[in-house]
Design a protein around this ligand. Sequence first.
Ligand code: PLP
Length: 391
Amino acid sequence: MSDGFLPYGRQWIDDDDIAAVTACLTSDFLTTGPRVDAFEAAFAQAVSAPHALSCHSATAGLHLAYDALGLGPGDCAIVPALTFVATANAARYCGADVVIADVDPETGLMSPETLAEALQRSQGRARLIAPVHLAGVACDMPALSALAHDHGLSVVEDASHAVGSLDETGAPVGACPYSDAAVFSFHPVKTLACGEGGMVTTQNPEIADRVAHARSHGVVREPDRFERAEGATEPWWYEMQALGWNYRMPDINAALGLSQLNKLSRFAQRRRLLASVYDAALSELAPLVQSPAGRAGVDPCRHLYNVRIDFCAAGQSRADVMTALKDQGIGTQVHYIPVHHHPYYKALYGEQTLPGAERHYARTLSLPLYPAMSDDDPARVVSALKAVLGL
Ligand SMILES: *Cc1c(COP(=O)(O)O)cnc(C)c1O
């Protein structure tokens, strides 16, 4: 058992990760080099997707995916209330509006029911939906995509939390059987760390092609695709055919990502084991504290261990519980403040109350979960929580 401070999440960097980055630093490529290609190929294979395109972050990946699907002014994107703001913000970068869907109060996920209600509010302007696999629990993609397709909408999975998770068919999240694209994050608190990094996976070669160009200014370098005659004779020629961005992943980050990806099965195994140790220990604290909700048939590689606590019944505020745990060396966090509570979205769309999101938000608390925790750490966390709640 570690006596040190347990943050709610943390990266795990080994000597071989450091060696991989060091080797990159002394190579010819610091950005857009062979490690980017190798990381993309290995990631595509890991999630059984035909195409994987790296980019600077999941935020950039969401923007690229929405853009590739034609999201623009006059349209709206439907995103769940319980997510990091990036899922919504990327639609705003496209000039589109956001309709914030309610979520299941237990899982915090967009459900077919909450999507149907959001579709009504979108008044025919929705162009895409972006369900989020919160904490690594896969949404009901067959049902969500069936509903989206009935309305002619595209589907982008925000899979920032879900590398290593399996859906109800046993397929890895990212294979995209029910979506146009999935987007992953390699922020250090996520399951794999690049520093900053993201990946877009898709089965659609046209989306892959648009993302590949838009992430680098919309510049085309393939001679057979040049529109201008100069391309045939001028060896320096490249041409910008559409507006893009600099959303490229540096080779340095890809070196780390590739090295981390080699450990995905080990990381995922640790996360599943630690979650099951927590689940068993927490049964003692029921019904005041409930382990994170799952969905039947899916196998999450949990990014967060987001328990549900009835703070009212416990007679304590969440702030007091967080502070008391912190004093005992245990870090916690709240995932998430609902998107519509943020001043920016409140100013745009007014005061909204989404009952499922409010109920989820009122009870959620993420306890420490990361692969370097010891097998005994969950017991330390649970006994501290028990004491703090006076149980
Ligand atoms: C972390 C996160 C993002 C953004 O990821 P970055 O790589 O930091 O841009 C988007 N959506 C969700 C659900 C996230 O947790």
